[in-house]
Structure formats: structure tokens, C-alpha cells
Design a protein around this ligand. Structure first.
Ligand code: 5CA
Length: 439
């Protein structure tokens, strides 16, 4: 992509309405624009990050055995009347009436609809277990939308739903999803810690939230640094093996972690002092087991092994895909701008041509850009070097490949790593190898 031809509307001024760094930088770097309170348009760099996060989430869901579906954003109120949640959900639900005076709603979550879909198709216990998920926009009319995409009204969520014959099966599904989440967050380049949680309007009696550490997060968190090594080991379990899931779950729940709401001073005092970590965090995912709450309410049963009807046990599993864009930005940003992990960055690197029009610079930049024209952003604008450096820092590309007349003539480039600020002079072959490695 050539910067001279692209739609990347950066702002020089810090927008007054943005209170936290990720929101300020996402507006300044041209990732999103607010269209109404808590409702955002995604511009090219923001959409690229959103899509990359979505794809990693999808790959890890697929690897766990879940199957993707896509449900509508609009739902008939009748479904929610059957579960009893239509009245209970309250003012957060956006209610709509169509021209035939039928009540609809913009889905804040999809337990009812997936239960209905599954119930129409499943006949017997042989149709269990199943895990279905979608990545779809949700609407919650939050009282106080804030912090940009971190707490929006319209937001993109991965929501997954498990159906099992009994409690033991549901627990396996829950553990499998927990492992899939640990792998997902590790690939996204962030540390997310699972913490025991309250269930809220989703209901149920077992729940964990996944919290990313960031100084401006809404929850205070306390955790044992043993999580840092556990995360590295999450690749070592077989997600299809029940024994591995049990070992993994035991390892996770043996380590102390809690938000301030659930903090237990006594348990905390048993964590060795040198391993105690405190901070603030952003909830990027939550998982729930709620048994037969919806299958019973909606009368979805199937024939059990002895022929008698059984209500499948369910769980639901959410990841805030659009919130993650803000949370990853918030966790990594510095004074100069965004700092994207390579796995979600909008472009692998920016190539900064410091002297557009100069033959050697031009030729080298074009050659480098042609290595991966969709994944590399070529700054070919007729701008001062200082502007290009500042914009590349602001946009947070993992690498900046800096091409000036002197280095170009010598067949070398300078490469700056955004996260560390380290600069190296590399041969063109070395730069090439680096650009193809980073993903
Ligand atoms: N049905 C369940 C799981 S599928 C559910 O709705 N869970 S949730 O309420 O915890 O939402 C899942 C995730 O969506 C949250 O962990 C959070 O990351 C994200 N989320 C929730 N509300 C918002 C919001 N207003 N703006 C952005 N993301 C949100």
C-alpha cells in the first residue's frame, strides 16, 4: 500500500473527548471515527487490525473443534419472551418495531437464538456434544459508553455456545474453551489472565473473565506471577484430550488471580511476596457455564441414551473482538504512539522513503515494497523525514525500514523496531529476510 494513495486521516491535535491513551491514539492515527455515542466507523488501518484479531480468534476456535455460524443482528422479541429475558434485560436492550408492528431487538448476545437453532435440529444424545460460534456485531445501550471502542454500544463479539449431555461434558467444553482462549490471547501478543467472575445477566454458576493488564483498566487485579510461565505452557496441552484439559484447568485454578471485587486477602497472603503482582486490567473475554437454564426455559430437549428426554447443558463464551483493538492498543502504547504486536499490526512494516524522487532511494523502496505490497506500507509522500518518522511512530508499525540516499547507494537500510526503539543497519538481504519473517 502506498501512503500517497491511501485513506489514512491522521490528526495532529489530540481530540478533546478522548480520556485514555488508546482512544486518543486510535482517533489520531485514523483507526476509527465516532458516528454517534458509542458507535464507530472503522477506517482502513483500524479495520485491518480488527480483521487480523478476528482471524486469530477464528483459527483458535476452529482448532478447538468449534464450528462457525452467522446469526442475524436483529432478533424477534418472541424468542426472548420464551426465555423470560425480554423484560429482565432492561434498558440496555435496543428494541425495534417493524412496519408490521412486530417487536424486534438488536441482539446484545445470542443464547436464545442459538438454543432455538440447535433445538430445531438436534434429536438425540448422538447430536452432542457440539460447540458453535459466530463473530457478529452486538448492541448494548450502555448508560455510559466510554473509552472509544473499549466500551461501545455497537461492538464486535465472538460468541460461542456449547451443548453437552450432562454436567461432566459441559465442564470439558468449558475447560477446552479456556485453553483455546489462553492460546488466542498469546497469539494476539497480550497477557490475559483468567479470573473467577460473577455471572451477571447471562446467568449460571461458573464463570471466568480474561483480563489484559493495562494501567487505565476498569478493574483492579491481583495475581501470582506464576501465570507468566503457565501462559508459555498453554501450547503444551492437547486440546482434544480430556486428561490434558483437566491438568490444564487444575494448573490455572491453582494459581491466585482475582479482580478487586473478588479479592481474598487471606489467599493473597499465601502467595510468596516476590510473586505478587498488582495492577489494573481490561476484561477482553468471559466464559460461563449455566447448565439447563435456557434449554429448560425454551423447552429444548432431546432423547437421552435410555430414550428419556434430557435438557442439554450449555455454556457460553465471549471475546470482545472490537474491544481487543482498544485493549491491545492501551496495553502497548507509549508517548510517541501505538505499538502493535506483529500478529495484529495493520501492516508488517512501513518503508520510509526519505528522499522521494531520488533514483536510488526510489528503486530500493519500490523493490522492498514489491516483496509484499498488501502487507507493507510505503511512505512515498513528499514530506519531511521528521513527519514520516512521527507518523510511523504514531501508527505503531512493528518495523520501520528507513531508506535514505546514502544508505541506498551503499545497498543498506536502517531498520527500527517500534517496541524497543532499537535501530540496526542491515544489508538488503538481511532486511528482506526480516520482513518475510515478521508476521
Ligand atoms: N453471551 C456471553 C458470552 S458469548 C456474553 O455476552 N458475555 S459478555 O457479556 O461477557 O460479553 C463478552 C465480551 O464482550 C466481554 O468480555 C467484553 O470483552 C465484550 N464486551 C461486552 N460489552 C462490551 C461493550 N459495551 N463494548 C465493547 N466490548 C464489550
Amino acid at each position: 500500500m502506498r501512503l500517497s494513495h491511501s485513506f489514512l486521516p491522521t490528526l495532529k491535535e489530540t481530540p478533546a473527548e478522548a480520556q485514555i491513551i488508546s482512544h486518543r491514539l486510535m482517533l489520531r492515527a485514523g483507526l476509527v471515527r465516532q458516528m454517534a455515542s458509542g458507535i464507530y466507523a472503522w477506517l482502513p488501518p483500524g479495520l485491518r487490525v480488527l480483521r487480523r484479531i478476528e482471524q486469530i480468534v477464528r483459527e483458535e476456535q476452529d482448532a478447538s473443534g468449534a464450528q462457525e455460524v452467522l446469526m442475524p443482528t436483529l432478533q424477534p422479541a418472541e424468542l426472548w419472551r420464551r426465555s423470560g429475558r425480554y423484560e429482565d434485560y432492561g434498558a440496555e436492550m435496543l428494541r425495534i418495531r417493524d412496519r408490521h408492528e412486530r417487536d424486534l431487538l438488536y441482539g446484545p448476545t445470542n443464547e436464545e437464538m442459538i438454543t432455538e437453532i440447535f433445538g430445531q435440529a438436534a434429536r438425540s444424545y448422538k447430536d452432542l456434544p457440539r460447540m458453535l460460534y459466530q463473530i457478529q456485531w452486538k448492541f448494548r445501550d450502555e448508560v455510559r459508553p466510554r473509552f472509544g471502542v473499549l466500551r461501545g454500544r455497537e461492538f464486535l463479539m465472538k460468541d460461542g455456545y456449547s451443548f453437552d449431555l450432562d454436567y461432566a461434558g459441559a465442564v470439558q467444553s468449558y475447560r477446552r474453551m479456556m485453553l483455546a482462549y489462553m492460546r488466542t490471547f498469546a497469539r494476539l501478543g497480550v497477557r490475559a489472565i483468567p479470573m473467577a467472575a460473577d455471572t451477571g445477566p447471562i446467568g449460571g454458576d461458573l464463570s471466568h473473565e480474561f483480563i489484559i493488564l493495562a494501567p487505565t483498566g476498569e478493574s483492579g487485579v491481583f495475581y501470582d506471577s506464576a501465570f507468566e510461565t503457565l501462559e508459555e505452557q498453554s501450547g503444551g496441552y492437547d486440546i482434544a484430550a480430556a486428561g490434558d484439559l483437566d491438568r490444564f484447568y487444575e494448573a490455572v485454578t491453582a494459581i491466585y488471580a482475582a479482580t478487586d471485587e473478588k479479592h481474598d486477602a487471606q489467599a493473597w497472603s499465601r502467595v510468596p511476596a516476590e510473586r505478587r503482582r498488582e495492577g489494573r486490567g481490561i476484561e477482553v473475554g468471559q466464559i460461563f457455564y449455566f447448565g439447563t437454564k435456557y434449554t429448560q426455559a425454551m423447552q429444548v430437549s432431546l432423547a437421552g441414551p435410555d430414550g428419556a428426554p434430557v435438557f442439554p447443558h450449555m455454556g457460553s463464551y465471549g471475546i470482545g473482538v472490537s474491544r481487543l483493538v482498544g485493549a491491545i492498543a492501551e496495553a502497548g502504547a507509549d508517548e510517541a504512539g501505538l505499538v502493535w504486536p506483529a500478529s495484529v499490526a495493520p501492516w508488517r512494516a512501513a518503508i520510509l522513503n526519505l528522499r522521494p524522487g531520488e533514483a536510488a532511494c526510489e528503486a530500493l523502496c519500490e523493490w522492498l515494497h514489491a516483496l509484499a505490497p498488501h502487507d507493507l506500507l510505503l511512505d512515498d509522500r513528499d514530506e519531511r523525514a521528521g513527519v514520516k518518522f512521527a507518523d510511523a511512530d504514531l501508527m505503531g508499525h512493528p518495523l520501520q525500514v528507513i531508506v535514505g540516499p546514502r544508505s541506498a547507494a551503499a545497498g543498506r537500510v536502517e531498520v527500527k523496531q517500534r517496541a524497543t526503539g532499537v535501530r540496526d543497519e542491515l544489508s538488503i538481504d538481511e532486511a528482506c529476510a526480516l520482513l518475510s519473517r515478521i508476521r
